[in-house]
Ligand binder design. Sequence first.
Ligand SMILES: [Zn+2]
Length: 212
Amino acid sequence: MFHTQRMRSCPSSHPFLKNYVRAMACGGGPPTHGSGPDLACGKSLASLTATITVTRAACPIQPLPPITDPAALLFENNPRRSDTICLVPAMSTALSCLLTAATNAGGTPSVGSACRPAAYNRHLGNVWTKWVKELRDNNNPACAALRSEVKTHFNGHGLLRSQRPVPNSKHITGEAVDVTIRLPSAQIDTLVAGCQLRRPLPVKDRVHFIRR
Ligand SMILES: [Zn+2]
């Protein structure tokens, strides 16, 4: 390993430092000394390039598991996709009732997530855990690429730090639906009760409805 101490003692114009900066800028770790002769401050950039090998330290955090399920990929490629076709019949009826009631009350309802393939739900859980627990506060340069990738997923799926996607979501079985309604909370609860629906988490997850 080329000693940091010696490197720091080189003038800033020195080719090794230029190379060092370049190696860092390319996403690798600091260049390490190869098996060649000791690198002295007087070497030319060409000879340094020949003897320095840049080693990229591996990020200790595992990458996101890839999505292979075709149904899950439809959602992955369009995170705002809303699929109400596979809701169980009772939920489908309740949703129609809710949309009519909320519209009549001036709540301009909009349906968000309805049915969700199991593999997609798993992906959401993976993204949440990777971002919130492993990468959000991670400043290891070796993890920078993974961090930015996971952040893109987290934001793209509209996930919230306060709300971890649950593994056994009723969305998977077509028994839950997310509906945004622009009405006061108490009014929403009265209105949905008439449609045999309720909100299990009216504060933490105000858009999530299941059957009573
Ligand atoms: Zn994703």
